[in-house]
Design a protein around this ligand. Structure first.
Ligand SMILES: *Cc1c(COP(=O)(O)O)cnc(C)c1O
Length: 478
């Protein structure tokens, strides 16, 4: 597969290269040259084997990776999940795709348990002998899932940068107390956007990359700018849809809507790729929290970052600059010079206007409302959802006021990860976060998790965002 940059000035000739580079040389993001349709026959739907679905989806795009290796690595990656790796819970017209049963209890495990293995294949194919340095900005869940995925992987070093406030005790514990010798977690004084833009600069810093090269390191990213993050996520939309078909909730071919609590736009973009690959998703509902820049953009076609940044109770969506949106805009307009020009506007003025139809529904949900929804669903059905999923429920409810369709909701995190908020929402009001974690673990039938994480504060490394590069140099080049 050949991949073009969204900004049109560079391309790579193989999946291996796209995986290893992360970002295109012109600062854009890679898009596969063609997106082919796939389908699943009755027998495959009846068997409903996740790795089979994942293999078919992933190998359709990554068609030039070694087939046997790809198959083996997909099987190994999803072996870290429980047997029923993606349960779907139904409440009224809503179907919750529980994407959070991987090791760190967020949907990111689906991509990040596979990414290190994809990078391994890519390095073998391109005969790269250098070590891999993975740098990742995180609002909480990417960091823990990336550390879990890369822990102990030979010839890899991973450093994740997370904002000092706004992440939960479990998220911090998963990063700081991972015990992995090749992983470092660093807190940044600032927010997620600060960490992400500082890292983007490093990825475009050719002097720095030269230095790393001399030290025998190859730089890559575990953020969703990497196609190795995006493509594995397409698979769970196919799997979930056909699970509904198998369970006779829908007929094969029925159109559905998908609601995704959105931050960096990776997950919802994966749903859009699923549609391009033939899945009958008719409507896309993009759910934002109080940082509702995407809702405004969908409704006005103007993306404007001149606004207050809020730290909310759905912290993994506290983002103003949504990286993967660029890929969506590029797929919709198919005009690289236009994308380059609006991305320059964004860089220079913090704002841009997009002239094409976005074909998406956008809604947002405030913090109080998020808690009310958690409480409402719990009272109605005994089902406990997390804060991000609650934001998606609100968006789905808004959508259903004017539409009548079955809605798949991406349930992106286990409620345990945000136990304090859940405890507040359903009126338990526990004062101690550990008590809340235990209680919510019981309510969501997941006491297994408590045995797996060392839930204590741990020692944090805190640096200023100006010092990210210096920190990496001291850690890696000395
Ligand atoms: C990362 C994350 C999101 C946002 O996903 P994007 O792909 O960045 O849009 C939503 N919810 C949770 C729990 C997350 O960890």
């Amino acid at each position: 597969m050949k991949y073009y940059s969204t900004r049109g000035k560079s391309f790579v000739n193989s999946t291996a290269e796209a995986l290893l580079k992360g970002l295109a040389d012109d600062g854009g993001l890679f898009i596969p040259e063609k997106i082919e349709k796939i389908n699943f026959n009755e027998e495959e739907i009846e068997r409903l084997d996740y790795t089979e679905f994942a293999y078919k989806v992933i190998s359709t795009i990554f068609d030039d990776l070694d087939k046997e290796k790809l198959k083996t690595e997909i099987e190994a990656a999803y072996d870290t999940f429980p047997k029923d790796l993606l349960p779907i819970k139904n409440v009224d017209n809503l179907y919750f795709m529980e994407l959070f049963h991987g090791r760190t209890r967020a949907f990111k495990d689906f991509a990040l348990s596979l990414l290190p293995r994809l990078i391994k294949i890519a390095k073998e194919e391109n005969k790269v002998k250098d070590k891999t340095l993975i740098l990742t900005a995180t609002s909480g869940d990417t960091g823990s899932a990336a550390i879990s995925g890369f822990a102990g992987v030979k010839d890899s070093e991973i450093i994740v940068f997370y904002p000092t406030d706004g992440i939960s005790l479990i998220q911090r514990a998963q990063m700081v107390n991972s015990g992995a010798e090749n992983a470092t977690a660093v807190a940044i004084e600032g927010n997620f956007d600060d960490a992400q833009s500082a890292l983007k600069k490093i990825f475009n810093d050719s002097d720095f990359k030269e230095k790393l090269k001399t030290a025998k390191y190859m730089l890559t990213s575990a953020n969703s700018i990497n196609v190795g993050r995006l493509v594995p996520q397409i698979a769970y939309y196919f799997y979930s849809y056909y699970k509904l078909v198998k369970n006779k909730e829908i007929e094969n071919g029925d159109s559905v809507a998908v609601t995704v609590p959105t931050g960096n736009f990776g997950n919802i973009l994966a749903a859009y790729f699923a549609k391009e690959m033939g899945l009958p998703i008719e409507d896309f509902i993009c759910a934002s929290n109080k940082n509702n820049i995407l809702e405004d953009f969908i409704n006005t076609n103007i993306y404007d970052t001149h606004r207050e940044f809020y730290k909310t109770n759905s912290p993994s969506m506290d983002i103003l600059v949504s990286s993967n949106l660029e890929r969506y805009l590029s797929l919709k307009s198919n005009n690289a010079s236009e994308i380059e020009s609006i991305m320059n506007d964004l860089k220079d003025t913090g704002k841009f206007e997009y002239k094409h139809d976005l074909n998406m529904h956008g809604y947002s949900c405030g913090e109080e409302e998020t808690l009310e929804i958690i409480d409402k669903i719990y009272k109605k059905s005994g089902y406990v959802i997390d804060t991000h999923t609650a934001v998606a429920v609100k968006a789905a409810e808004e959508y259903l006021k004017e539409n009548n369709k079955k809605v798949l909701i991406a349930a992106t995190a286990s409620p345990i990860k945000f136990a304090m908020e859940i405890s507040k929402a359903i009126g338990l009001d526990l004062k101690d976060e550990k008590d809340a974690i235990e209680k919510v673990a019981k309510l969501s039938n997941d006491i297994e998790f408590l045995k797996q994480v060392d839930i204590k504060d741990g020692d944090e490394i805190v640096i200023e965002k100006e010092n990210i590069k210096k920190f990496i140099e001291e850690r890696i080049l000395c």
